[in-house]
Design a protein around this ligand. Structure first.
Ligand code: FPP
Length: 237
């Protein structure tokens, strides 16, 4: 099986999954987080090089105080655990989004996880936290304008220039986007980076998205003819 180089996932359906079991939404997030850890291990074993997941959007702050507090507790624990996960998978962790809205200890854990894992390059794991694609583009344009004023940036602005100002600078664009739990929209995720990406939508909620579901998504990806402006890409046909 030809595995995609970069898989992006919108982890959706934790809340509905928990509700269907008569449990609180926070239980769904805990199980969703555990599943993310398993899927990370599996992707490493399958030889996927890049994984980017949407864990907390700029819009998620509108959720109830109780749910946000629960998610922050989960991020705290997970980011600490990330050191072990990165050692296990030789995995480099990068957070995309704007972490400045998080409590200082969470920001410190992000810094530590990124620094510790910068020695690894077998799996590149991007965790989108307080991420929104429009906000990412807004921040990139602001920095470009500052650099333009100070003379750091001059000459023609190319697509590569814009790439280099995004949070995903240096990371290849996703080949496959998976969204779980039935919705078929992008919800402000990687709008620039997904220009040529194959989309895979499934009704399966994130906590139930196991190995066989991942294989199904990749098989579907393999069945498709990937075309870039009408030219078939040899490596993916
Ligand atoms: C979607 O489910 C999930 C989220 C909004 C974010 C939470 C993600 C995780 C807990 C997995 C990753 C965890 C860590 C710590 C990186 P939903 O609440 O939108 O579900 P619903 O659509 O059924 O309401």
């Amino acid at each position: 099986m030809n595995v995609p180089n970069h898989v992006a996932i919108i982890l959706d359906g934790n809340g509905r999954w928990a509700k269907s079991k008569g449990m609180p939404r926070s239980y769904g997030h805990v199980k969703g987080c555990a599943n993310l850890e398993t899927i990370c291990d599996e992707m490493k074993q399958m030889g996927i090089k890049y994984l980017t997941v949407y864990a907390f959007s700029t819009e998620n702050w509108k959720r109830s105080r109780e749910e946000i507090d629960g998610l922050m507790r989960l991020f705290r624990n997970y980011l600490k655990k990330c050191i072990k996960i990165s050692d296990r998978n030789k995995m480099r962790i990068r957070v995309i989004g704007d972490p400045s809205a998080f409590d200082a200890d969470i920001q410190e854990s992000i810094r530590r996880a990124e620094e510790h894992s910068s020695q690894y390059d077998e799996l590149h794991f991007q965790l989108a936290l307080n991420y929104g694609s429009r906000d990412e583009i807004r921040r990139a344009v602001s920095r470009m304008m500052e650099d333009g004023k100070s003379g750091v940036l001059s000459g023609e602005v190319t697509e590569e220039t814009i790439d280099s100002y995004l949070d995903t600078a240096g990371i290849p664009d996703p080949d496959l986007l998976i969204r779980t739990s039935g919705e078929q929209r992008l919800s402000n995720f990687l709008l620039w980076q997904l220009a040529y990406t194959e989309f895979y939508f499934t009704d399966v909620p994130w906590p139930d998205f196991k190995h066989e579901e991942l294989v199904k998504a990749i098989e579907k990806y393999n069945d498709r003819d990937r075309r870039f402006g009408g030219v078939k890409e040899d490596t993916n046909v």
